[in-house]
Design a protein around this ligand. Structure first.
Ligand code: NAG
Ligand code: NAG
Ligand code: NAG
Ligand code: NAG
Ligand code: NAG
Ligand code: NAG
Ligand code: NAG
Length: 697
C-alpha cells in the first residue's frame, strides 16, 4: 500500500519504484533478499556492443567454481510406482512450455519508444518497410518458424502460443487496411513516453494463425483489449472464435493490470476491486454477444506480481464470481530486469553488470524462489478446478541481459525453472519472444534488411523447450517430483518424471562449468530395493540424451542429443547433425545405473524403451527454406512446403529428399504418405497468401 501511494507521484517515478522493488538477488546460499538497484549493480564496464540486442556477441565468463563444490558422486533411490511417492505434481503435458509472442514490439515498460524491428508478424511472416512507416503484410509463413514449432509438436503433440502483450490493450481489428495490409502500427511520438502505439490489424492475421495451425498443431491464446471498458472492442474475440475454432485456447482479459496505474492507463487509485469491476463489464458484454459463443475461456488476472500479488485479486472474490467465464488463472513474471541499461535516461540508476547477475541464474534456487510466491495460488487454482499458467516469463524484463539471457546457462536455467513450475502445479508457461531489442528470445528472425543472406538465430532457451517436451512426453500423464538430489545441492538438481503412474525419466542438471572434467558428476540410480520395501527394479540398461555446451557462457555451440539448430543467423529451424543417444548398461545385481552429467550439462535419462520411443519422433515434418525470400516487390513467394523425414524413414526420405524451390511433386508425395498429401492440400490454401502479389511504393 505504501508502494501504491508512491506510485501516484509520477509515471516515471512509479516505474522506478516498481523496478526497484522487483530487483531480487538470489544469493548462493539460497537466501532471497530484495536489494536496491545500486547495490545490486556494479558499474564495471560491460563489453561494448552497439548492434541489435538479439544479435549481440557478448560472451561472459563462467562463474568460478563454488566453494565447497558439490559432491561428484551420489545416489538416487527411487520408487517405481507413483503411488509410493509423496509430493508428485498434477499430471502435465509435454506442451507445458510454449511461447508468448509480442503482438507488436513494445518493451516490457510499454511506453518507451518501441523498436519497430520485430513483432508477431515478423516471426510468422516478414515485415515490409514503407517510407517512414513500418507495416506488415501477410505474404507467407516463415518456414523456420514452422520447422521450430514442428520440433515441439512432434514430441509434445502440440505447441501453445500466445500472441499478445502490452499492445493487445489498444489493438483494433478493422475490416481492411490500405494496400491490402494485414497489420499496421504507426510510429509513436518518441518524445511522449506514455503514448501506447495503436496496433491496427485485419482478420487476415487471425487467418494466418489458422493457417499455421493447419500446418503444425499450434494452439493459440489471444488478448481482448481492456484499455477502455466503457467502449469495448470485442471484435477480436468474435473473429478469433469463428476463425480459429478449437485452435483457440483462450482469451486473455487484462495484461498485468497491477501495472495499469503505474503506466498511466488508469488512475493512481486503481485497485484489484476496480479490476474486478471492469472484468464484470466485459464478462457481461460477452454473455450478451451472440458472435462469441464460447464464454468460458477467459484467462486472468495475469498480474505482473509487482504492485499486486495474486492473493490481492483472489481476495476480491474473483474466482467464484467469474468461475463460469474463466478457462485458466494466470500470472506473469520476470525474476529481474535490465531496465537501467535499456533506458539509460529514465532514472533507473546505474546499469546492472551482466557478469555479476550471471550466477543468479546458475542455480536451482532461482526457479524455487520465482515459484515460491505462487504456491498458494497454484493450490487455490487446483481447488477451483482451473489450470494455473505463467503467461509470460523470461530471464529479465527490459530485454534481458546480454551474455546471460542468450547463454547456455539460460538454457539450463529455463529448463530447471520450467520443471520447477511443473512440479509446483502450474499447468503451463510461455517464454516470451520480444524482438530484435531483446536478448532472451528463443528464436529471432534476421533483421528485415538481412533476410537475403541471413537465416534465423535460435536462442539457447529454445533447447530448454525442446528438452522439456521430451522430459514430459506426449501422454498428458507426466507427474514430477523434485528429488532434492545430492543433499539438495543447488548446483545439481534432479527431477523424477512418472508417466502413466510409473517411473519413466530422470532430469539431471549440472550448473557448474569446469572444462577439466573434475566437476562432472556420476549419479548412481537405484529403482526399488534398498529400504523402499520394493523388489529391485533397475533395468538392464537406460538411454541418455544430453543437452551440452562447453561452458555456461557458450552462445552457439549447443547440442541436444548431438544435434544443433545452428549458430547465429544460421538456423532454418531444423536440427542438424546425427542424433546421439547414449546407452548405459546397469548393474542389476547391485541394482544401480551410473549416469554421468558433465559440468555443465543436462541429462535426460530414459528408464524404459517406451519413454525413449515416445520422445524420438520417427519422422519430422519440415518446411523448405527455399520459400524464404527478400524479394518483397516481386512477391512471387514460393509457398512450397517440403515434408521429409528425420533420417529415420527411408521411404519418405527417398520420395522427398529435395529441398530445392518448388520441387515437391504433389502426385508423388501423395502416393508415398497420405499425411503429406494432406499437407499439400493445405498448400492450396496457403498459396492464397503465398502468391499474394503486391507492390510497395
Ligand atoms: C483505447 O484504445 C483505442 C484504440 O487504440 C483508442 O482509440 C482509445 O482512445 C483508447 N481509450 C482509452 C481510454 O485509452
Ligand atoms: C488461410 O488463410 C486464408 C486467408 O487468406 C483463409 O481463406 C483460409 O481459410 C485459411 N486457411 C485455414 C485452414 O484456416
Ligand atoms: C492463500 O490465499 C488465500 C486467498 O487470498 C489467503 O486467504 C490465504 O491466507 C493464503 N495463504 C497463504 C499461506 O498465503
Ligand atoms: C501439487 O499438487 C499435488 C496434488 O494435489 C499435491 O499433492 C502437491 O503437494 C502439490 N505440489 C506443490 C508443490 O504444491
Ligand atoms: C540492417 O539493419 C540493422 C538495424 O538497423 C543494422 O544494424 C544493420 O547494419 C543493417 N544491415 C545491413 C546489411 O544493412
Ligand atoms: C493431451 O491433452 C490435449 C489437450 O487436452 C489433447 O488434445 C490431447 O489429445 C491429449 N493427448 C492424449 C494422448 O491424451
Ligand atoms: C562444442 O562443444 C563441445 C562440448 O559440448 C566440444 O566437444 C566441441 O569441441 C565444441 N565445438 C566447437 C566447434 O567449439
Amino acid at each position: 500500500m505504501v508502494f501504491l501511494s508512491l506510485l501516484a507521484i509520477s509515471w516515471i517515478f512509479l516505474l522506478i519504484q516498481y523496478a526497484t522493488a522487483s530487483v531480487t538477488v538470489y544469493g548462493l546460499t539460497g537466501a532471497i533478499a530484495p536489494t536496491d538497484t545500486a547495490s545490486a549493480s556494479t558499474s564495471a564496464a560491460s563489453p561494448a556492443y552497439t548492434g541489435q540486442a538479439a544479435f549481440n556477441t557478448i560472451v561472459l565468463t563462467a562463474p568460478a567454481l563454488p566453494n565447497p563444490a558439490p559432491a561428484t558422486q551420489f545416489g538416487l533411490q527411487l520408487q517405481n510406482s507413483a503411488q509410493n511417492v509423496v509430493g508428485l505434481s498434477i499430471q502435465q503435458s509435454g506442451a507445458f512450455y510454449g511461447f508468448s509472442i509480442e503482438m507488436s514490439v513494445v518493451t516490457q515498460v510499454s511506453q518507451y519508444p518501441p523498436s519497430l524491428s520485430a513483432c508477431a508478424t515478423a516471426v510468422l511472416t516478414s515485415p515490409i518497410r514503407l517510407s517512414s512507416r513500418y507495416q506488415f503484410a501477410r505474404t507467407f509463413i516463415n518456414p523456420p518458424f514452422l520447422n521450430l514449432m514442428s520440433l515441439i509438436t512432434q514430441r509434445a503433440g502440440r505447441v501453445n502460443i500466445r500472441v499478445g502483450g502490452n499492445t493487445q490493450e489498444t489493438a483494433v481489428l478493422v475490416d481492411s487496411l490500405p494496400d491490402g495490409l494485414a497489420i499496421q502500427k504507426d510510429k509513436v511520438d518518441s518524445s511522449n513516453p506514455t503514448e501506447t502505439p495503436t496496433l491496427i490489424f485485419t482478420a487476415e492475421i487471425i487467418y494466418m494463425l489458422a493457417n499455421v495451425s493447419q500446418l503444425v498443431n499450434t494452439k493459440w491464446y489471444l488478448g481482448v483489449p481492456m484499455n477502455d471498458t466503457a467502449n469495448l472492442r470485442l471484435q477480436i474475440a468474435e473473429a478469433a472464435e469463428s476463425i480459429l475454432g478449437n485452435n483457440l485456447l483462450g482469451l486473455q482479459l487484462g495484461n498485468e493490470p497491477d501495472l495499469y496505474s503505474g503506466h498511466g492507463h488508469r488512475p493512481p487509485t486503481y485497485s484489484p476491486f476496480d479490476y474486478f469491476g471492469e472484468f464484470s463489464v466485459v464478462v457481461q458484454a460477452i454473455q450478451d454477444n451472440s458472435n462469441i459463443p464460447i464464454r468460458n475461456n477467459l484467462i486472468a488476472p495475469s498480474v505482473a506480481t509487482g504492485p499486486w500479488i495474486p492473493e490481492d485479486v483472489w481476495n476480491t472474490g474473483f474466482i467464484p464470481a467469474y468461475t463460469n467465464s474463466l478457462g485458466a488463472l494466470a500470472v506473469e513474471h520476470y525474476p529481474d530486469d535490465n531496465c537501467a541499461a535499456a533506458f539509460p535516461d529514465a532514472g533507473f540508476g546505474p546499469p546492472k553488470d551482466p557478469q555479476t547477475v550471471f550466477q543468479n541464474y546458475l542455480t536451482h534456487t532461482s526457479g524455487i524462489n520465482i515459484v515460491q510466491p505462487y504456491l498458494n495460488s497454484s493450490l487455490i487454482a487446483q481447488q477451483s478446478g482451473k489450470p494455473f499458467l505463467m503467461f509470460e516469463t523470461n530471464s529479465a524484463s527490459c530485454g534481458g541481459f546480454p551474455g546471460v539471457s542468450d547463454s547456455f546457462g539460460a538454457a539450463l536455467w529455463a529448463l530447471d525453472y520450467g520443471l520447477q513450475m511443473a512440479y509446483s502445479n502450474f499447468s503451463g508457461a510461455l517464454l516470451h519472444v520480444g524482438g530484435a531489442d531483446d536478448t532472451y528470445n528463443p528464436f529471432t528472425p534476421p533483421p528485415t534488411n538481412e533476410t537475403g543472406f541471413h537465416q534465423w538465430t535460435i536462442g539457447p532457451t529454445f533447447y530448454s523447450v525442446l528438452a522439456m517436451s521430451e522430459t514430459l512426453g506426449n501422454t498428458n500423464t507426466s507427474q514430477l517430483v523434485d528429488l532434492q538430489a545430492n543433499g539438495n545441492n543447488e548446483f545439481t538438481p534432479a527431477y523424477a518424471v512418472y508417466e502413466g503412474g510409473s517411473l519413466a525419466r530422470l532430469a539431471l542438471f549440472n550448473f557448474i562449468t569446469d572444462p577439466s572434467g573434475a566437476n562432472d558428476y556420476t549419479v548412481s540410480i537405484s529403482i526399488g530395493g534398498g529400504d523402499t520395501g520394493q523388489p529391485n527394479g533397475t533395468p538392464a540398461q537406460v538411454s541418455v540424451k544430453y543437452l551440452l555446451a562447453p561452458s555456461v557462457a557458450e552462445k552457439e555451440n549447443i547440442t541436444w542429443a548431438g544435434q544443433t539448430l545452428g549458430a547465429m543467423f544460421k538456423a532454418d529451424g531444423r536440427l542438424q547433425g546425427s542424433e546421439q543417444v547414449q546407452t548405459v548398461t546397469c548393474d542389476q545385481n547391485a541394482n544401480t545405473c551410473d549416469v554421468k552429467v558433465p559440468a555443465p550439462g543436462f541429462a535426460l535419462v530414459f528408464l524404459t524403451d517406451n519413454a525413449l520411443q515416445e520422445s524420438n519422433p520417427q519422422s519430422t515434418m519440415t518446411f523448405s527454406t527455399s520459400s524464404v525470400t527478400r524479394t518483397i516487390n516481386t512477391a512471387t513467394v514460393d509457398p512450397a512446403v517440403l515434408a521429409t523425414s528425420n533420417g529415420q524413414n527411408g521411404q519418405v526420405r527417398a520420395g522427398l529428399g529435395s529441398t530445392s524451390k518448388g520441387s515437391v511433386n504433389a502426385a508423388r508425395a501423395a502416393i508415398i504418405v497420405p499425411s503429406i498429401a494432406t499437407l499439400l492440400a493445405l498448400l492450396a490454401g496457403l498459396s492464397i497468401l503465398g502468391v499474394l502479389s503486391r507492390t510497395t511504393s
